[in-house]
Design a protein around this ligand. Structure first.
Ligand code: G3H
Length: 543
């Protein structure tokens, strides 16, 4: 792999005027705002500087653009946020957990237009803070708004089925879902809005109170939403915490007062957080962790289609998706043709700044990521692989030109770890059993993508693959969506299942009121319902 030195071809803007006016940002101190106990406050303590992966300057001297700061909170502020969330929940007696489902839905509906008003600001910050291409940033925002609407509809459905009484074996009962308590939501940097909100929204709407801590890269984009959250939900129902995870998250977990951990990130961090909680039986977890999704290109695959889907699957947003295809197994009879076409397609990808039309490869936000990726490629080359695409692996500051590594040795690190970046190992195979063996030994088990045409062979392969991973994609790249589909993984890849409707279940528990069906109890239950004396015991139908 090579490192690009000062080059006249650098794609970074040299001066601010090279950036379209509508996409320029800061520096701004808006990131110092935080939400505590229903108020948007401004932080005046120690702060962290946010550097964009987008560099500005002449070739060879371009430096990351300074975007502003976010609060470096301490255990004291984390404790205050926890206190606020616990108070709002008040052991299930707070206004929010005891509110009727219809009322909570009204709060959520009020949040949507307020959130939408911040769309352009959030999208711009997504581009600068994590290098997300403009169209993907817009998609992330719109998909999140759709997710909120779908969540509301799913809850209405759930509530409608719960709004009737069960009469069984001499009992009359009503069974509904109740909140669990205080939820800590932590999303990842690659989908800092969407993957935070896909836990935050269902957690809230089910009546829990929430503390959310944004990922290290992807903090500032939440600032434009704080007022919308403060205006839409009662005080203490949503609280934000910023800073070093070890400083602010450790004490939250150690307090034993977090009831649900919703975390999307590394298995290492998830394991530390879980172990910090003193009451493991009380803690519920929903975790989205690492993955190493394999594409398997069989000898009868449609080559064009396989190349197209594998390209999208492995390199969309620089391969920084937990669902990305992170290793491609190709039947030896097709391998050379596949590698040639795949490399050509990689060569056509547009490398540039997030706001540029059609851009696909953009600067990487993680510290020293290009160097680490180059190391993965170099280790594979020592094992006999080559970077087969021209310019692959070239580094220009925070940019890493995608590298296609072939034939990648299975014992190399690139075939074992989640690269979460634009390096694509391709491995030839002779027999499907070799791929199944690799999958069996892999610590991960999220998804796989199989390319082929023979229904009999595909059917047999599917039957094994569904027991090794949780989603098998036929002639299609791996992905999370549509968001109504279950999103989960086996082994070290996940705990719990998320989808619009599953998430409502994850953040709640079934509770019931039951009575022996004698005339006295029937009269009392009827009176409670008719007199609207309870929000739980109710036959109200939400339209
Ligand atoms: O990073 C993990 C995301 O949930 C992937 O979602 O497949 O829609 O890109 P996606």
């Amino acid at each position: 792999m090579t490192t690009m030195v000062a080059s006249p071809r650098s794609v970074f803007p040299e001066v601010a005027s090279d950036i379209p006016a509508e996409f320029r940002v800061g520096p701004s101190e808006d990131g110092l705002r935080y939400l505590a106990n229903g108020q948007v406050a401004i932080w005046s303590g120690p702060r962290e500087t946010v550097l964009s992966p987008v560099c500005v300057g002449a070739p060879g001297t371009a430096r990351p653009h300074t975007m502003g700061h976010y609060p470096l909170m301490t255990a004291a502020e984390a404790g205050a946020a926890l206190e606020s969330a616990c108070e709002a929940y008040d052991h299930g007696r707070g206004a929010w957990p005891t509110m009727s489902v219809a009322e909570r839905i009204r709060h959520m509906e009020a949040f949507i237009p307020r959130m939408q008003a911040a769309r352009e600001d959030v999208v711009r910050l997504l581009m600068w803070e994590i290098g997300k291409p403009l169209s993907d940033a817009r998609k992330e925002f719109d998909r999140t708004v759709d997710y909120i609407r779908d969540t509301i509809n799913a809850l209405k459905d759930l509530d409608r089925t719960s709004s009737r009484f069960a009469v069984e074996s001499g009992f009359v009962a009503q069974i509904r879902r109740s909140p669990l308590g205080v939820v800590l939501c932590m999303g990842p940097f690659n989908y800092p809005l969407n993957e935070t909100f896909t836990t935050l929204i269902p957690a809230l709407i089910m009546g829990n109170t929430v503390i959310f801590k944004p990922p290290k890269h992807g903090v500032l984009l939440h600032a434009p939403l704080l007022s919308a959250l403060a205006e839409s939900f009662p005080p203490g129902v949503v609280n934000t915490v910023y800073g070093d995870g070890r400083v602010v998250v450790g004490p939250l977990m150690e307090s034993g007062r977090v009831d649900v951990l919703a975390f999307i990130g590394s298995a290492r961090v998830a394991s530390i957080l879980k172990h910090q909680h003193p009451r493991p039986n009380r803690l519920r977890c929903v975790l989205g962790l690492e993955a190493k999704n394999a594409a398997i290109v069989l000898d009868d695959a449609d080559l064009e289609l396989a190349v197209r889907e594998c390209l999208l699957g492995s390199l969309a947003f620089n391969g920084q998706r937990c669902t990305a295809i992170k290793i491609i197994f190709v039947h030896r009879s097709l391998a050379d043709a596949f590698v040639e076409r795949f490399s050509e397609a990689v060569g056509r990808l547009v490398v540039g700044m997030p706001w540029e039309d059609g851009v696909q490869i953009t600067p990487l936000p993680e510290d020293d990521k290009p160097t680490w990726l180059a190391g993965l490629g170099e280790a594979a080359m020592r094992g006999g692989a080559k970077v087969v695409n021209p310019g692959g692996g070239t580094i220009d500051q925070t940019l890493f030109y995608p590298a296609v590594v072939y034939p990648a040795p299975l014992e190399a690190e690139i075939c074992r770890v989640e690269q979460f970046g634009p390096v694509v190992p391709i491995v030839p195979f002779d027999d499907e059993g070799q791929v199944l063996d690799w999958l069996e030994l892999s610590p991960f088990g999220q998804q796989a993508a199989v390319f082929g045409r023979d229904a009999r062979r595909l059917g047999a392969l599917v039957d094994t693959l569904v027991n090794l991973v949780c989603r098998v994609n036929l002639n299609s790249q791996c992905q999370r969506g549509p968001d109504t589909f279950p999103f989960t993984g086996r082994k070290d890849s996940a705990e719990g299942t998320l989808s619009v409707s599953d998430a409502l279940r994850v953040f709640s528990i079934r509770s019931l009121v039951a009575a022996k069906a004698d005339p006295g109890n029937e009269r009392i239950v009827s009176e409670i319902v008719a007199g609207r004396h309870s929000k739980f015991l109710s036959t109200d139908f939400i339209f």
